[in-house]
Design a protein. Sequence first.
Length: 254
Amino acid sequence: VLLRHDLHTALHDDQFELYYQPIVEAASGRICGLEALIRWHHPEKGMISPGVFIPLAEQTGQIIPLGRWILRRVCQDAAAMQMTGERVVPVAVNISSLQFRRTGFLEDVQQALHASGLPPEYLELEVTESVLLDGAEQAIELIDHLKALGIKVALDDFGTGFSSLSYLRDLPIHKVKLDRAFIKDITTNRRDAAIVQGIIDMAHHLDLVVVAEGIEERAQQQDLSQRNCDLLQGFLFAKPMPRGAVMGLPDRLP
Ligand code: G
Ligand code: G
Ligand code: MN
Ligand code: NA
């Protein structure tokens, strides 16, 4: 209850910060994208995880102004990184399903792009299967609109929850992100490996880019690279970090 109240003032008091985690090409380690991940610096409680406060913000409706602020900030940061030549790669933002399904979302995205001057090709939205809660048609239409504007959409946390193969078939997405639950034991568990290989092959036949999340070990990188996974993300390469730290990274992460 206390946290819920604090969330209300946090936006006005500028207590949120966006961190960025590199996404690399599987074979080379070349940085080819960033995922924005929000952090809350609570004045008394210290750093609070988005895993805790995003669900709260969804309950209270705060996710709408917060989500709008995140979009604007990420576009600003991305445009600045482009302008200075720091890191000219697409930046992905996690979008809450409540935000995605709300009237005016498309306008919010366009405003954030317009205000920052970021070319739409450099913005990517990460959504989960719960965008389909009110039915697939609206979601498909919206993703088609975004696509027409040049904005890419990725299906996040794929393989867990209620994710279904029909989503891969029906949603006009360009990328799937394999949940780290399937990656964790990939080098030792044949069943996990079989599922991951199946998803990679199927996704490629559907012309989708595949990202594996939660890479913590070299053996996982080698395994997924051999399985033709396109992109990798995880602590092995880099943790989420403030924008200023992204600037100092080399082009390739070993
Ligand atoms: O960064 P971390 O692993 O702690 O994130 C935990 C969860 O919070 C993940 O599910 C992630 O998708 C979500 N999350 C992180 N940043 C954002 C954000 O900016 N917006 C939304 N909607 N979710 C986020
Ligand atoms: O739900 P989503 O995929 O957006 O969540 C991304 C979350 O995963 C972020 O909170 C990020 O901090 C976390 N993360 C990124 N790389 C790793 C990793 O290698 N291991 C673990 N355990 N978490 C990771
Ligand atoms: Mn994500
Ligand atoms: Na995920």
